[in-house]
Design a protein around this ligand. Structure first.
Ligand SMILES: [Zn+2]
Length: 397
């Protein structure tokens, strides 16, 4: 019985703190109305949050009755967090405050095929660099790491990342925790991106939405009824491995004709390389100075922006595959919004238009009528900031 009462109290505190975080300036009576909690209970919780310096008064507003109401917001400088985004081609690290504002940033480019040990060493080095910007304030609370492939967030294990050769059953929490002596939380990269959209981006106002992560691989975060959907074994969102051509080429997952073969950064670079080898794109060949091994999807996007026919055709076809795969998910889940993010969005309008066109063509008209398709505006640090949110989530829950 006592435990139930303490659970209810904790739930109330979490609801109030999250509302203050979302509104970035709200009064006690607004909280009471929005959450249907009596004003006295709200005040007790708010007094406690003020005493812990988790929230701060940020000004006043006159109520309709003419009384001045104190406005509250989350105290960003309460604690700091580190967010690490490990991708197949980069490691990005950010240090943020409790409002997830970036205080410091480190970026490292990972060459494809770099040994697993060296990637881990680089990750530790980035974390140590970000820790040293603490200036002895002791504010750094915890670290979040997002990884591609499959993760087990409960045990802190990165199970497999098919785009990083040799990456298998890496005990991230243990490896980093032993050296850094801070709590380490892990999550899937696309879900970290989704969390950032939910808290900081275009997913704040809707409860049913999808975040499509277009990068070296393709992933997705699903928000259903306001909650991040992980699946039964934390393996949800693998839209990149849905089949768009059952007789297509073999994918990194071992199956044939997955979306990633045609439309991921890796897939686009492969298709473009084949094109350069058969002399289909002079502009692209010039851009990479003939070094086919160095060719990336970014080069293809750049060539497309210079009206290179072959590159435009590859980007257009990728968008068509993405839009088609998306339409299947949309027909099943009926989301209100799709937010598109990730490095591949640098391909710009040709990619976005082609996705929108295929999505329109293949989704049931009754379902697409209310659907919004938008591009993320959180920039390149989105997943690293999402990782910092993973690290601070326990403060708010
Ligand atoms: Zn696959």
């Amino acid at each position: 019985m006592r435990e139930n009462r303490s659970d209810a109290k904790q739930k109330k505190r979490s609801k109030i703190l999250n509302l203050i975080r979302e509104r970035k300036g709200c009064s006690r009576s607004e909280i009471a109305t929005a959450l249907d909690i009596d004003k006295k209970s709200v005040s007790l919780v708010v007094d406690d949050l003020l005493a812990q310096e988790l929230v701060l008064p940020v000004g006043f507003r006159d109520s309709q009755a003419g009384r001045r109401q104190e406005l509250l917001a989350v105290n960003g400088s309460h604690t700091n967090y580190i967010g690490i985004d490990l991708g197949a081609t980069h490691i990005t690290g950010v240090r943020t405050d409790l409002n997830c504002l970036v205080l410091d940033r480190v970026f490292f480019e990972v060459r494809p095929g770099l040994a697993v040990d060296l990637i881990l060493e680089q990750m530790k080095s980035i974390i140590k660099t970000l820790m040293s910007s603490d200036s002895g304030t002791g504010k750094l609370k915890s670290i979040g790491v997002c990884l591609p492939g499959f993760v087990n967030p409960v045990d802190g294990i990165s199970l497999v990342a098919e785009n990083i050769p040799g990456w298998h059953e890496i005990r991230i929490r243990k490896i980093l925790g032993e050296e850094i002596h801070k709590s380490v939380y892990i999550e899937d990269c696309s879900r970290a991106m989704g969390l950032a959209e939910r808290w900081l981006g275009k997913g704040g106002e809707v409860d049913d939405f999808l975040v499509l992560d277009l990068g070296y691989g393709i992933g997705m975060a699903l928000f259903l009824n306001g909650d991040l959907y992980t699946g039964s074994g934390y393996k949800s969102g693998e839209i990149g491995h849905t089949v768009v051509d059952k007789d297509g080429p073999v994918c990194t997952c071992g199956k044939k004709g997955c979306l990633e073969v045609y439309a991921s950064g890796r897939g686009i670079a492969q298709i473009a390389s084949d094109g350069v080898k058969s002399n289909q794109s002079g502009i692209l060949e010039e851009l990479i100075h003939g070094d086919i091994k160095s060719l990336t999807a970014q080069d293809v996007a750049l060539a497309a922006s210079m009206n290179d026919e072959h590159s435009l055709q590859i980007i257009g076809a990728a968008g068509e595959y993405i839009g088609t795969a998306l339409s299947n998910v949309v027909n099943i889940l009926n989301p209100k919004k799709i937010i598109i993010g990730g490095g591949l969005t640098g391909a710009g309008k040709p990619l976005f238009d082609s996705i929108a066109k295929a999505l329109q063509a293949h989704t049931m008209k009754e379902i697409i009528a209310d659907l919004k398709l938008e591009q993320s505006d959180l920039g390149v640090d989105v997943s690293a900031r999402g990782s910092a949110l993973v690290a601070m989530e326990h403060v708010f829950s």
